[in-house]
Write a protein that binds this ligand. Structure first.
Ligand code: SPV
Ligand code: MG
Length: 292
């Protein structure tokens, strides 16, 4: 548990630091390990990434809590940086949110993020301009209060994610929800948006003075740098799906070349050597241990 406490404290300290926390979305244990290797501050267990890459199904609450937790735990096991797990809407009602906290906290992850999307959730990036309902604010605040009361360690971090801007409820609604979620005990607020001009987000930032650290996922306003977003007031920036999309592109290109050339060496230039893979998972160390 010592290791889990340290990761949680790192995350908490990062949320107050003068530098931003840069978290990168992982879809499996190896992507998590590589994110750490490249010097990022935290792992985002992307629900979109896990449902796409591990199950090949839409990000629509089809992955169960048990499956999502197993994915997060596999990532947490191979890294020393904090793991923040995307727990969608907590996989159901208030009791599901509470059980989610118990299970994730006991498994050792540093923190969770829970959003106010109704079950079954929609992925926030998917097309759709129509206004849609969210979990009523009072109900979501009640769930957050119950979640915070359920956690067993002080350090565990709860990020409350607001979907008001995505679901077309506007800035006022987002501010009211941020107040309610802060009052319920959330440790940070993730305000999601798909406005690429950042106007909506700027509106929220100028109106909400609640004082909690703010988290951004710039998937649909990707031209803003981490530093620019930090200057605007975000303390944690999640680069949620670029690694998954890079992997998909590489697989598409490799498969297409293999199909055309029907020869394994045709892709040699574009793939890592086999020994690179052995090294990534410390295969030589394993055999050295056995041979000792
Ligand atoms: C995820 O990575 O699963 C997220 C971020 O929730 S987003 O897809 O931008 O909603
Ligand atoms: Mg998600």
């Amino acid at each position: 548990m010592e290791k889990a406490t340290n990761k949680r404290l790192n995350l908490r300290e990062g949320l107050k630091d003068s530098k931003p926390i840069v978290a990168v979305g992982a879809h499996d244990a190896l992507s998590a390990q590589m994110i750490q290797k490249h010097g990022f501050d935290a792992i985002w267990v992307s629900g979109f990434g896990v449902s796409t890459m591990q199950f090949a199904i839409p990000d629509a609450n089809l992955v169960t809590m048990t499956e999502a937790l197993a994915a997060a735990t596999r990532m947490d096991t191979v890294v020393d940086i904090p793991v923040v797990a995307d727990c969608d809407n907590g996989f159901g009602g208030l009791a599901n949110v509470v059980r989610t906290i118990h299970e994730y906290e006991r498994a050792g992850v540093a923190g969770v993020c829970i959003e106010d999307n109704l079950f079954p959730k929609r992925n926030s990036l998917f097309n759709g301009k129509a206004k849609r309902d969210l979990i009523p604010m009072e109900e979501q605040a009640k769930r957050i209060k119950a979640a915070k009361a359920a956690q067993e360690t002080e350090e565990f971090v709860f990020i409350a994610r607001i979907e008001s801007l995505i679901a077309r409820h506007g800035i006022e609604d987002a501010c009211r929800r941020a107040d309610a979620y802060a009052e319920a005990g959330a440790d940070a607020i993730l305000i999601h948006s798909k406005d690429k001009t950042l106007q909506e987000i700027e509106g929220f930032l100028s109106q909400w003075q609640g004082g909690l650290p703010l988290v951004a996922v710039p998937s649909l306003f990707p031209t803003f740098t981490v530093e620019e977003l930090h200057k605007k007031g975000f303390q944690m920036i999640i680069l949620a799906n670029q690694v998954m999309r890079a992997a998909i592109k590489a697989m598409e290109q490799t498969l297409s070349t293999l199909q055309q050339k029907r020869c394994a060496s045709a892709v040699d230039e574009d793939i890592v050597p086999i020994n690179y893979v052995f090294d990534l998972v410390k295969t030589a160390e394993l055999y050295a241990l056995e041979d000792k």
